[in-house]
Design a protein around this ligand. Structure first.
Ligand code: GDP
Ligand code: GDP
Length: 438
């Protein structure tokens, strides 16, 4: 599991600036996706080889009793609870404020490890920029410039060391997985635990008896139609009994953890409810992760046929950015549609792991270009010469040639569609990168 870092501090101290710096590499990948509202409060980052999740908590006004500030404070508290380590940011140019003290009190009560970080410290002396903040009683402050990047990598390294020292389980991979790893994600009440029960069925007993698995294990191996799978259950949906149904809150962090541990994401939607902003957010996380995806539209039982048509249209409109994935209309309760759903999971995984050779890719590329040329940009027409596979899961197609920066988005989409069709890549995102030689 990835360590979770929460960024906390009053407004304007530089939290989003730091957040963007920590997650920047991923931003570029999703910047041009149409129709996707993204929750910029959660992201994945990496220093060196070490991955982590980071939560940006927005502004924190712990004194607010209602309204937007109250809501933000509530979210901050949830983030602190879910974090392994809190990075508490203060503003080195402004110095200590009463608000910083209130936040310190709150953090102290939370019992979480806190690193005090003085931001905006570029060009300033350590002793002068930190002097004010010793009063908070949080020890020697770390000093960074989020805007310039000074001290950021060291800070995160240190944060991860602290997180791992507390929870050694975070780092080590206790991998009992067999077969394809599946994570079922979706908002509360869409039917996740019902589906888990349906999938595990009698296999449940066997799953618990396997070495390395316990009742609290997040990896639950199971078998279906003679094939091995492993359910990744970071959110604890399997353990959730009826009693907890109402109080179990949705956790973005746990959802992100599940997604990052898995091979294939099974996104579950509720056909008897409108597609919500929360559904779209979760879908956005999946897309950003690059994981293979199958969508289960659950509670398909007991719907009139015209209602079903309406739902399908609504799905196409709101989740058009998931058109690479297969949609299955199922009932977890009645156990209908599950066989084909599992087949799609198999094929999505196979697609994500496709091995595309350079000759095959180049042939497909030439075919695509012969059929339709890229538009000229100014007087220059981009020249696409050959392609090789730059990665798996998701497959990355790297196209080489000249003046490729002139290739427009619609042509990029055309190429993606062509590669998808040529290599039957259903159920996995496909990334296309261009590499120009002079
Ligand atoms: P947030 O409200 O805590 O998320 O703060 P922002 O990230 O939006 O930053 C608030 C302001 O501080 C912006 O104008 C940033 O450009 C600026 N800022 C952030 N980091 C630094 C820094 O390291 N140095 C300086 N000089 N300004 C910074
Ligand atoms: P979770 O919060 O996503 O784990 O959802 P649950 O599995 O707890 O299901 C929420 C509610 O939806 C329960 O009352 C289930 O009985 C019901 N439910 C789950 N799957 C189906 C289904 O396929 N059809 C119908 N009609 N109800 C379902």
């Amino acid at each position: 599991m990835k360590p979770v870092i929460a960024l906390v501090g009053r407004p304007n101290v530089g939290k989003s600036t730091l957040f963007n710096r920590l997650t920047r590499s991923r931003d570029a990948l999703v910047a041009d996706l149409p129709g996707l509202t993204r929750d910029r409060h959660y992201g994945e980052g990496r220093v060196g080889e070490r991955p982590f999740l980071v939560i940006d908590t927005g502004g924190f006004e712990p004194v607010a009793k209602e309204g937007i500030m109250f809501e933000m404070a509530k979210q901050t508290k949830q983030a602190v609870v879910e974090a392994d380590i809190v990075i508490f940011i203060v503003d080195g140019r402004q110095g200590l404020t009463p608000h910083d003290k209130t936040i310190t009190d709150f953090l102290r009560k939370s019992g979480r490890s806190v690193m005090l970080v003085v931001n905006k410290a570029e060009g300033m002396k350590y002793t002068s920029v930190t002097a004010d903040f010793y009063e908070l009683g949080l020890g020697d402050p770390y000093v960074i410039s989020a805007a310039h990047g000074d001290g950021v990598a060291d800070l995160v390294d240190e944060a991860l060391d602290i997180a791992l020292a507390q929870r050694p389980d975070l780092g080590e991979e206790v991998d009992v997985a067999r077969g394809i790893k599946i994570a079922i994600v979706g908002r509360p009440n869409v039917g996740k635990s019902t589906l888990v029960n349906t999938l595990l069925g009698e296999e449940r007993v066997i799953a618990f008896d396997m070495p390395g698995t316990t009742r609290d294990s997040i990896e639950i191996p199971f078998e279906r139609d003679g094939k091995q799978y492993t359910l990744i259950d970071t959110a604890g949906i399997r353990r959730r009994g009826k009693v907890f149904e109402a109080i179990e809150k949705f956790s973005v962090v746990k959802t992100l953890q599940s997604i990052s541990e898995t091979n294939v994401v099974l996104l579950l939607l509720d056909a008897q409810q409108d597609i919500s902003e929360q559904d779209a957010h979760i879908a956005g996380f999946v897309l950003e992760s690059g994981r293979a995806l199958v969508v289960g539209v659950n509670k398909w039982d007991g719907l009139q046929s015209d209602r079903r048509d309406e739902i399908k249209m609504d799905l196409e409109r709101k989740l058009s950015f998931l058109s690479f994935a297969k949609f299955h209309f199922i009932s977890a309760l009645k156990s209908t549609g599950i066989g084909p759903l599992m087949k799609s999971i198999d094929s999505a995984y196979a697609a994500a792991m496709s091995n595309l050779t350079t000759p095959k890719l180049t042939r497909a590329l030439i075919e695509a270009v012969e059929h339709q040329q890229p538009r000229r940009k100014g007087s220059i027409r981009p020249k696409l010469r050959y392609a090789h596979q730059g990665g798996m899961n998701p497959p990355i197609v790297v196209i080489h040639g000249n003046a490729l920066e002139g290739v427009d988005d619609s042509y990029k989409r055309y190429l993606e569609k062509h590669f998808r069709e040529t290599f039957s890549l259903v159920g996995t995102p496909l990334r296309i990168e261009f590499r120009s030689s002079k």
